[in-house]
Design a protein. Structure first.
Length: 255
């Protein structure tokens, strides 16, 4: 019985030692290996062998990581307060630096993304935040990537998800948009009246070249008005028209 217990104890100890010696890393994992506390190598993927007690390792995930940047209070260049949140995509390209150059590369990258987001967006107007997101995304990504390079981190993309306005500011922007629409409508109406006046001036100039043209236009207008028989209409007679007709009337009377 005692021999069986001893055998089981030995077997368990052997299993523990073997798990300490042999490590299997997946394709997307790397091991940062330390020997007596000093960095010695980066290994993996596959099977690696460690010397128990003397060597230790830290696993590092080399896949692209996705991190939500919490909503940040940002005051735009035109003094509008907004809440902005984003998502950042990054991955470890150097496991050694990611573990040895910074205490927690995930936390460090997140904090850097928050401060950079506030700094970059604060230099732009609200309209630019809403209309030029691609440019802002690129600016934020380049700044974060430049600073995380020393940690062995590659920031591949930053996407601004939402730019949330205060309800009172939404109402103000709505009033501004309505006023802008009214202004444009008035400008278009004024331009139409200006063009119509120019055309009428051209028409008057052409009619004035021939004395009979104005009379024909006058008679044409009378014909159009005469189609309405529900009202009594008094037609004014141009003075120049009467002047032309008087000699004929007087001459007929003499006869």
């Amino acid at each position: 019985m005692e021999s069986l217990i001893s055998l089981l104890a030995f077997g368990g100890f052997a299993i523990v030692i073997l798990t300490q010696i042999f490590k299997v890393l997946r394709e997307y994992e790397r091991a940062v290996v330390y020997t007596l506390g000093r960095y010695t190598s980066t290994s993996g993927p596959g099977l690696i062998i460690l010397i128990p007690i003397i060597q230790k390792m830290v696993r590092v995930d080399m896949r692209t990581l996705v991190h939500d940047v919490p909503p940040q209070d940002v005051i735009s260049k035109d003094n509008v307060s907004v809440k902005v949140n984003a998502v950042i995509y990054y991955r470890v390209v150097d496991a050694n630096r990611a573990i040895n150059k910074v205490e927690d590369f995930m936390m460090a990258t997140s904090q850097l993304a928050q401060t950079t987001l506030r700094s970059v967006l604060g230099k732009h107007d609200l309209d630019e935040m809403l209309k030029e997101r691609d440019k802002l995304n690129s600016d934020v990504q380049e700044i974060i990537d430049a600073q995380t390079d020393a940690w062995g981190i590659k920031v591949s993309n930053v996407e601004i998800k939402h730019v949330d306005l205060d309800p009172s500011m939404i109402r103000t922007i709505g009033k501004q948009a309505e006023a802008e629409r009214e202004r444009r409508a008035k400008v278009i109406s004024a331009e139409g009246e200006f063009q119509a006046a120019a055309k009428l001036a051209e028409a008057a100039k052409e009619l004035s070249k021939e004395s009979g043209a104005m009379q024909l236009r006058y008679l044409s207008a009378l014909q159009e008005i005469a189609g309405n028989k529900t009202n009594t209409i008094v037609f004014p007679m141009p003075i120049d028209g009467i002047g032309d007709m008087l000699p004929k009337l007087i001459g007929g009377g003499d006869k």
